[in-house]
Design a protein around this ligand. Structure first.
Ligand code: GLP
Length: 307
């Protein structure tokens, strides 16, 4: 209590500009996302309407897809009223190729559910170069005609890309052909074996296309994503980290697991947020941090520095 009798409250400072939901593990989180999707599908079914889903590839959404498949097989969840648009595809890329996103989507989702084939849209990696801009425009128009994407799933690349919108992508960008960042190409070696085999380009939904979705779930799993998660969530909005544009979206939720959160200010330097449970380890960590931050040896730190 202070002198006026009111209870003093700690003022917690938030550094985060996007709502984050932390889960013990990706499986639990993925189940929750799949539950939200199935609820939305069923609601639309009751209203006799279609639902438009924006889908992602990469390792992040795999467990969401396997949960949706389970719900289809064990709980009778039907996908007959579902229309899907995938975020991206390498260019050039044949749909039958081992690394194509068509193959990925069939393997993890489409081959196991009752979605009508004509409801599936994935950017075509075989389109002729001179037809690409027309093709991309038509992709966006089709989404618009259907009333927009209801739920968009996203992963995040280590460059901060969403879809294949690499650093430098502008906020109003539509679906288009892009050049892949060197880091993204290096990360793709695991799928292509040799760097020379990784395509230099891709077709991706634009930032604008993504931001037009009514609701967005971004999934971030693993310690290797900790730094980029911090930049995406705490950094100022900038084309340097395209995922920061999500901060402008009114209904984005970021689902993360315990290992992805380590770089967030509230975990890495909780004393900056305003309240923490001091123990010996945390005191040591804070002192080392302060010494590095202001460039003074620990033994020379003064009361003023600590304050
Ligand atoms: C690829 C995809 C992105 C995805 C990213 C992250 O670049 N085009 O849409 O978000 O990989 O992949 P992962 O989920 O495997 O970390």
């Amino acid at each position: 209590m202070n002198s006026t009798g009111s209870v003093l409250k700690y003022q917690l400072k938030s550094f985060e500009n996007l709502p984050i939901k932390i889960w013990d593990d990706p499986k639990q989180a993925s189940k929750h996302i799949a539950d939200s999707i199935s609820l939305a599908i069923r609601q639309k079914q009751q209203e006799g309407e279609k639902i438009v889903l924006g889908l992602a590839t990469g390792s992040s959404p795999i467990q969401v897809y396997s949960e949706l498949v389970r719900m289809h097989k064990e709980e009778g969840l039907s996908f007959k009223n579902v229309i899907t648009f995938n975020l991206d595809e390498y260019y050039p890329m044949h749909p039958d190729a081992q690394q194509s996103y068509v193959r990925f989507m069939n393997e993890y989702l489409f081959d196991h559910i009752d979605i009508p084939k004509e409801n599936i849209n994935i950017p075509d990696g075989t389109i002729e170069m001179d037809k690409i801009s027309e093709y991309c425009e038509a992709y966006d128009k089709k989404i618009e005609r259907l009333g927009g994407i209801d739920i968009q799933l996203l992963g995040i690349g280590r460059t901060g890309h969403i879809g294949f919108n690499e650093p430098g992508s502008w906020e109003t960008s539509p679906t288009r052909l892009v050049r892949l960042d060197a880091i993204t190409r290096r990360d793709a070696i695991k799928d292509f074996q040799f760097e020379e085999k990784v395509p230099y380009r891709a077709i991706t939904m634009g930032i604008k296309t993504i931001l037009n979705a009514k609701s967005i779930f971004m999934m971030v799993w693993g310690s290797h994503k900790a730094e980029i998660l911090k930049n995406a969530v705490e950094g100022s909005v900038s084309a340097d980290v395209p995922a920061t544009f999500l901060q402008k979206h009114p209904n984005t939720k970021v689902y993360v697991d315990q290992s992805a959160v380590s770089a967030l200010t509230r975990f890495s330097t909780p004393w900056l947020v305003g309240m923490c449970n001091w123990d010996e380890d945390l005191v040591c960590k804070a002192v080392v941090w302060l010494s590095l931050k202001i460039g003074k040896p620990i033994l020379k730190l003064t009361d003023e520095d600590y304050t």
